[in-house]
Design a protein around this ligand. Structure first.
Ligand SMILES: Nc1ncnc2c1ncn2[C@@H]1O[C@H](COP(=O)(O)O)[C@@H](O)[C@H]1OP(=O)(O)O
Ligand SMILES: [Mg+2]
Ligand SMILES: [Mg+2]
Ligand SMILES: [Mg+2]
Length: 290
C-alpha cells in the first residue's frame, strides 16, 4: 500500500498499455507492489506456488530490503485452526496476487477504488484472502492509513465489520470501466432497485462484505483469477460465494488458464445465488461457453 502511495505522490506512474483490450493498463505501482509481495511471500513460504498478475517472479530481482515484509498478524496466527487447515500440503497451495486492483481508477485519481489482493487457494478452492485498501477514507481523514480486511473459511474475518445489506431493496454492484451491451443486459434481467458502479473486483466485494450491495454481477470475460481469489476467500468466510454466470465454481489450481472467461457472479449469504443465476436468460449465458 505504501509503495502504491509513493508512486502516486511522485507522480511518475510509468503507464504501459498491456494490449489485451480496452482499459488494460499497468503502472510502476503495479510492478513494484507485485515485486514486494512476491519476494516477501517467497522468502517465508518458498514451497508454495505464487501467481501474480504482472508476470512471473524473476530470481535475480533484488528488491529494496525495506520492502521485504517479515512480520505476521498475531491475531490470525493465534486463531484456533480447524484440522483440515492444519494438514495442508504446500503443494496444494496457490497464492493469487493482484498487486493493484483497479488500475484504471488509480490512473484516473479514483483512489479509494484501489485495493491490493492476496488470495489463498487450497486444492483449487479459494479459502481465504487479504484485501488491503491503501486509500480508505483518504478524502475525509487526514493521515488516513488505509485498512486491511482478511478472511479465512473456518476461522472468520477481520479488519472490518460485516454488515447485512438492506432487506427492503435489491442492490447490485458492477463495473464502471469495462461495461458493454451484454454486461447491461445481465443487470436488467436481475431487475435491481439500484446499481452501484465502482472500479476493481476487490472494491466491489467490499461492498458485499459491508452490506452496501447484495450481488456483484459482471457478464464479461475481463476478470482473471487474481481479481477474484482473495475477495472470494473472504466472502466465503462469511457464507457468500462467487461463481461464473452459469453458477459454477472457478478452479484456482496452479495449472488453470487465468481468465474468468464465464463472467463473475458474487452474492452475499442474504440472497439466493442459484435463484438469481436462474434469472439470467439462457441466450445470454450461451455467449459464455466453456
Ligand atoms: N477487460 C479487462 N481487461 C483487463 N482487466 C480487466 C478487464 N475487466 C476487468 N478487469 C480487471 O478486473 C478488475 C475489476 O473490473 P471492473 O473494475 O471493470 O469491474 C479491474 O480492475 C481489472 O483488474 P486490474 O485493475 O487489477 O487490472
Ligand atoms: Mg491489470
Ligand atoms: Mg485486478
Ligand atoms: Mg491489478
Amino acid at each position: 500500500g505504501n509503495i502504491i502511495k509513493d508512486v502516486m505522490t511522485k507522480g511518475e506512474l510509468g503507464i504501459v498499455e498491456k494490449g489485451s483490450g480496452v482499459n488494460d493498463l499497468q503502472t510502476e505501482a503495479d510492478r513494484s507492489a507485485q515485486r514486494c509481495i512476491v519476494a516477501s511471500l517467497l522468502k517465508q513460504f518458498p514451497n508454495v506456488t505464487i501467481i501474480g498478475e504482472e508476470g512471473p517472479h524473476n530470481e535475480e530481482d533484488n528488491i529494496p530490503s525495506e520492502w521485504l515484509v517479515t512480520d505476521m498478524d498475531e491475531t490470525v496466527l493465534n486463531s484456533n485452526y480447524p484440522n483440515d487447515l492444519k494438514a495442508i500440503n504446500p503443494d496444494d497451495i496457490v497464492v493469487w496476487v493482484d498487486p493493484l486492483d483497479g488500475t484504471s481508477e488509480y490512473t484516473q485519481g479514483l483512489l479509494d477504488h484501489v485495493t491490493v489482493l492476496i488470495g489463498l487457494a487450497v486444492k483449487g478452492k479459494p479459502i481465504g484472502g487479504v484485501i488491503h485498501q491503501p486509500y480508505h477514507n483518504y478524502k475525509t481523514e487526514k493521515d488516513a492509513k488505509g485498512r486491511t480486511l482478511w478472511g479465512l473459511v473456518g476461522i472468520g474475518v477481520g479488519g472490518f465489520v460485516p454488515f447485512e445489506p438492506p432487506s427492503d431493496k435489491f442492490i447490485i454492484t458492477t463495473t464502471r470501466s469495462h461495461s458493454d451491451a451484454i454486461v447491461t443486459k445481465a443487470l436488467e434481467a436481475l431487475n435491481p432497485d439500484e446499481i452501484i458502479r465502482v472500479g476493481g473486483a476487490g472494491h466491489k466485494v467490499m461492498m458485499l462484505l459491508e452490506g452496501k450491495a447484495h450481488a456483484y454481477v459482471f457478464a464479461s470475460k475481463g476478470c482473471k483469477r487474481w481479481d477474484t481469489c482473495a475477495p472470494e476467500g473472504i466472502l466465503r468466510a462469511l457464507g457468500g460465494v462467487i461463481t461464473d454466470i452459469h453458477g459454477r465454481d472457478y478452479d484456482y489450481s496452479k495449472d488453470v488458464s487465468y481468465p474468468n472467461a464465464q463472467g463473475v457472479f458474487g452474492t452475499t449469504k442474504y440472497v439466493n445465488h442459484q435463484t438469481l443465476i436462474g434469472k439470467i436468460p439462457q441466450d445470454l449465458k450461451d455467449r459464455f461457453p466453456y
